[in-house]
Design a protein around this ligand. Structure first.
Ligand code: UDP
Length: 362
């Protein structure tokens, strides 16, 4: 069986790495080989958002990098489609695997289906029901075309059934991002920055922000940062996504507790999360990782496509209500945050389940 695996942006790399390891494992013990071609669309090209993850997660060099780079939503979608179409025509495959909800996920799904190639979506079915999020559009388009769906939760499976997907196309396997989290735990790296900031001593918050709804309007971004900065009694380490940096430079000198740092490698970032008092974020993956690590997580969004992290885990949504943010920070600092539990099948073996299913598809 021949498979093409697509990845393009930071949150994709931790989702594909365990799948590739599970394919390699299976091939070592099984005569019926699954061969794969790895396509990097080049949506993220910055070394700190791409290459470092290949090194740490032991990913093979991509067979091709489509080199699409940055652009508007439409420019990126178009460039990925043009380049991936050429690649797929030259390298036909039995199945294209896409992961997550980035532009590459959607663009490559459309290309594959137009070339009559089957598509499997890893992390299918999650929904924020918020059409202002570019990722929600990516999810809906991808899931309306894909043939097979590997879901992280039973809620995601239900969302798919409610939109007309047949039960025999859906495989509830768990979460490959959490496979990578478990993989990282005995490989963690202490970020140098912890030695450079006075009085950090494992008592700090972590902040990540990159959703357009929080960072594209400089005034909104500043009001969030000011509220956090004034209402914590310890350092807040903020690895800054390049998208956010644009709007931040002007404010740098006015912040007391928030420390802007470069994006961290995966093993460094998980080290930081694991040792933190609490996390403030708008990231999808970070909501899941904090739930598994049992770290208090405050999500600066009105909704989440990962409701289990709130219903079962250690995450709370506070929207853009800065009073709620202050209350949440106090609750964390005084040790009154809920404890949370780990959702079903987030156990480190999702990729193995996916590969077991793949082996039955042909
Ligand atoms: N991450 C990282 N270094 C950082 C910040 C985040 O390795 O400096 C990881 C984080 O552990 C998670 C992923 O990046 O696995 C989340 O990516 P992002 O927040 O960009 O995307 P989202 O999950 O919101 O789609």
């Amino acid at each position: 069986m021949k498979i093409t695996i697509v990845a393009g942006a930071r949150p994709n790399f931790m989702k594909i790495a365990p799948i590739i390891r599970a394919i390699d494992d299976r091939n070592r013990h099984n005569k019926k080989l699954i061969s794969f071609r790895l396509v990097h669309t080049g949506q993220h090209y910055d070394e700190r958002l791409s290459k470092i993850f290949f090194q740490e997660l032991g990913l093979p060099e991509p067979d091709i990098n489509l080199g699409v780079g940055s652009g508007t939503q439409a420019e990126q979608t178009a460039k990925i489609m043009i380049e991936f179409e050429k690649d797929l025509i030259q390298n036909p495959t039995d199945l294209v695997i896409v992961v997550g909800d980035v532009t590459s996920t959607m663009a490559c799904t459309i290309v594959a289906k137009k070339l009559n190639t089957k598509v499997a979506h890893v992390e299918g079915g999650i929904r924020s029901f918020d059409m202002t999020m570019p990722e929600e559009v990516n999810r809906i388009v991808t899931d309306s075309l894909a043939d097979y769906f590997f879901t992280t939760t039973s809620i995601a499976s239900e969302n798919l059934k409610n939109s007309g997907v047949k039960e025999n196309q859906i495989f509830f396997v768990g979460n490959t991002m959490i496979d990578s989290l478990y993989f990282s735990l005995d490989r963690l790296k202490r970020p140098k920055v912890l030695d450079e900031i006075p009085n950090v001593n494992n008592s700090y918050f972590v902040l990540t922000l990159h959703r357009p709804s929080n960072v594209d309007d400089a005034n909104k971004l500043w009001s969030i940062l000011k509220a956090i900065d004034q209402h914590v009694s310890k350092s807040v380490l903020f690895p800054v996504h390049p998208r956010t940096m644009k709007n931040l430079r002007v404010f740098l000198n006015d912040l007391r507790n928030i420390k802007l740092i470069e994006p961290l490698s995966y093993f460094e970032f998980i080290y930081l999360l694991k040792g933190s008092t609490g996390v403030i974020t708008d990231s999808g993956g970070v909501q899941e990782e904090t739930t598994v690590l049992g770290i208090p997580c405050v999500t600066l969004r009105m909704n989440t496509e990962r409701p289990e992290t709130v219903l079962i885990g250690s995450n709370e949504l506070i929207g853009d209500d800065l009073n709620k943010l202050k209350l949440a920070l106090t609750k964390i600092e005084t040790g009154h945050w809920k404890r949370g539990a780990i959702p079903n099948l987030w156990d480190g073996s999702a990729a193995k389940r996916i590969v077991d299913v793949l082996a039955t598809l042909n």
